[in-house]
Every structure is written in C-alpha cells, then in structure tokens.
Design a protein. Structure first.
Length: 206
C-alpha cells in the first residue's frame, strides 16, 4: 500500500503522517515513512535549493524539473524497493504537489507536467491520498508561529488559493483514490478520521 498526504501550507500533514505511521506499526506492519522534496541524499540537496535559495531565482519550469528529479530518485531508491519488500509506504507529499503548486500555483501546463511526472515516477501512483483541507489563511497563520519561511510559504494569498482549489478539484475528480478531511479539526480527532478511512482499505480493524 502506497499512501500519500497532500495539502496547503500549515495543514498539519507531517503530524498526521507520523500519527498514521505509529498506528500502522502498532499493528506489526512494516512501514516506510518518507517525504518530498527529499528522502534521499540528492533529494535533500534539491530541497535546500527549491525551498530556501531565493537568490537562485528559479523559473517555474526549473522548479518543476528539480522537484521531479528529486521524486525520481525517491521512487527508484526508496519507494519502489520498499513496496517490493511488501512494506506500507507513507509519503508526505508526492506528484500531486507538483500539479497543485507548479501547475495551478505557478501556472504551468498540467498536461506537460503530467508527462514529466510520468517519466520521473515510471507511472507509479498512490493507492490512497489524504487531502488535509483548510482555509489558506488558517494554515498560513499556523506557519507564522514557526521560525522561518520557505519560498512557497512566502507566496501570495492568491497563489495559495489556487493551490487549494487545485487540490480540491483533484480530490473531486478521483474519489476512489482521494480522501478529503477538514484539517481545522483537532489533530487527534482528525487522526481518528484518517484511520477510519485507511483501516478498512487495508483489511484492519478500526
């Protein structure tokens, strides 16, 4: 099972990823937890370039290509080997982030992005995707309480609204893969809702 988490800034993905991984491991499942961009030595370098280096003035196309270079390495080096070993893989962001951020956010052609994504991932898609949805103002306000901002967090409100709208559209168009959750709920309550969606798909008792 390959499970991904998506959402706008401050939606609480990292917390929920950890909560789900802990619950799965408590049932004696072998689980690999990873994230994007990053998860490999190359990916960690790309993460620094894309998120923190304002001085590089990355074009949207360059940004998308760097994200997919990191993704390709993660799929080849980490995700596919884990799936072949029969492990559950839980990833904080995956290809849908590129469709939302570089596609809707930056205005790049989604069909062109899908071609690059297909090449980078060898057409690997998640079995389930958890969308943590909340108004962007709430998410950004949460981020204000944390030290430092990356390039995406510092974008305009209109940018984040486009990203959120893209996520909601993807979830609407593919309800078999996507599960949408209200990320304004208390984290523990939200974790219970996520578990109630995941457990039946994996044949586990909720």
């Amino acid at each position: 099972m390959f499970i991904t988490f998506e959402g706008t800034e401050g939606s609480g993905k990292s917390w929920q990823v950890r909560a789900l991984v802990e619950r799965l491991r408590a049932r004696d499942l072998s689980v690999l937890q990873t994230h994007e961009p990053g998860g490999t030595p190359l990916g960690d370098q790309v993460r620094q370039l894309v998120l923190l280096r304002e001085d590089l003035n990355l074009s949207p196309h360059t940004e998308a290509l760097l994200m997919n270079a990191s993704r390709s390495q993660l799929v080849t080096q980490v995700i596919c080997p884990a799936l072949e070993r029969g492990e559950v893989v839980v990833c904080d962001r995956f290809a849908d982030s590129t469709r939302a951020y570089q596609g809707a956010g930056r205005g790049l052609d989604v069909q062109a992005l899908n071609s690059v994504i297909s090449f980078a991932t060898a057409d690997l898609e998640p079995d389930m995707t958890m969308l943590l949805d909340l108004p962007v103002e709430i998410g950004l306000a949460r981020k204000h309480t944390q030290p430092g901002w990356n390039r995406f967090e510092a974008e305009t409100l209109a940018f984040h609204e486009r990203v959120r709208a893209a996520y909601r559209a993807m979830a609407h168009d593919d309800p078999q893969r996507w599960q949408c959750f209200d990320a304004s709920r208390p984290p523990e309550e939200l974790a219970d809702h996520i578990w109630a969606a995941v457990a039946p798909r994996m044949g586990l008792e909720s």
